[in-house]
Write a protein that binds this ligand. Structure first.
Ligand SMILES: C[S@@+](CC[C@H](N)C(=O)[O-])C[C@H]1O[C@@H](n2cnc3c(N)ncnc32)[C@H](O)[C@@H]1O
Length: 330
């Protein structure tokens, strides 16, 4: 993986470089998937209705089938063509439909209107976002009600043990992010309080809901013949650690953010209204998606056709390839 530049923002990690296929990262990681699914279910199930949900940096749509159990419509946005094409192949094998929408875009310049979504999720993405505050503000702008945010922390148990052995504990307590990547492959982890405070300033009430996948790669430490015996112990321990380990055990800490005083999602004008006389009729399913989008470059209204959208203000154009709309601003 490498990075590519984006205007006025940090570089974006490039998951398409060198033929990388993120799906293979998940080979043999059933435990981690189970651990995440358990938390997501617990949080989404009690919500009475989710009309529109957004998966920010959703990759190849690993969690979209789960989100579809609770949400009427899911929009996945990601920068990577490879991931999006894989998402298209698995989530939309029969072509576009009215429940799943795929957008190529950059989290620093989202093509969505304010409060376009009831609920959002950002899982395993924050560690790549070097301009963290800008990214948090931009993601926050488009979510109205609830947001599940996976925060990679620098002060987890293993990091503390290592830092203590090296006499470097102090740097885990300050609020600056810790960079463990390269300019090509940015990888940060954070102090939880720094992220929490930033989100509170943006009007969210954060609740720390789980420490997730606390025994990663446990299979490596256990010989194959013993794994089926150990598995129930690990899964049981994960259930306990998800609650007891909040804020300190594992590197992945899930925040559930709420805000009650925002108006319900307010889609913009329908395409027909935005430019009278043009786009009087936009075919389904794009007529459902279009009112939630705006120009990622200038925030202007878009004029829609079946295969392209054009900004009525800055003349930016955004094309559709198959089921994927490309809203990356180069
Ligand atoms: C580790 S993967 C996680 C994917 C998915 N959330 C999951 O959990 O399976 C990180 C994803 O974030 C995407 N990403 C990173 N920076 C981004 C940015 N600035 N804008 C959009 N997507 C980004 C990458 O393309 C990649 O698909």
């Amino acid at each position: 993986m490498t990075t590519s530049s984006s205007p006025n923002a940090a570089r974006v990690i490039n998951y398409d470089a060198d033929g990388y296929d993120y799906r293979h990262f998940w080979d043999g990681r059933d435990y981690e998937q189970w651990a995440e699914t358990r938390v997501i279910r617990r949080l989404l199930q009690p919500l009475s209705t989710i009309d529109w949900m957004v998966d920010l940096g959703g990759g190849f749509g690993r969690n979209v089938p789960l989100y579809l159990r609770y949400a009427s419509h899911v929009v996945l946005i990601d920068y990577s063509w490879t991931n999006l094409k894989n998402a298209e192949a698995t989530l939309l094998p029969n072509g576009p439909n009215e429940r799943v929408f795929l957008i190529r875009g950059n989290i620093y310049h989202l093509p969505f209107r304010d409060s376009a979504f009831d609920v959002g999720a950002t899982i395993r993405v924050l560690h790549h976002l070097a301009a963290t505050n800008e990214a948090l503000a931009e993601m926050s702008r488009v979510i109205a009600r609830n947001w599940l945010l996976d925060v990679p922390i620098k002060h987890h148990l293993l990091a503390r043990a290592k830092a203590m052995a090296q006499g470097q504990s102090r740097q885990l307590n300050d609020w600056s992010p810790n960079s463990i990547g390269t300019p090509e492959e940015p990888f940060y982890n954070f102090h939880l309080d720094a992220i929490r405070t930033r989100l509170e300033e943006a009007g969210w009430s954060p609740r720390l809901v789980a420490s997730v996948a606390n025994f990663r790669r446990w299979e490596r430490a256990v010989p194959r013949p013993a794994r089926s015996l150990v598995r129930p112990v690990i899964y049981g321990a994960e259930r306990v650690a998800q609650r007891a380990g909040r804020g300190w055990w594992g590197p992945a800490q899930f925040l559930w953010l709420s805000r009650g005083d925002r108006p319900a999602p307010s889609p913009g004008p329908t395409p027909a209204q935005s430019v009278p006389g043009i786009n009087l009729w936009l075919a389904p399913p794009w007529n459902l998606l279009a009112p939630r989008l705006r120009c990622p470059r200038c925030a202007g209204d878009l004029v829609w056709a079946a295969n392209a959208a054009a900004c009525s203000t800055c003349q930016g154009t955004y094309a559709r390839t198959g089921a994927i709309w490309d809203f990356v601003v180069e």
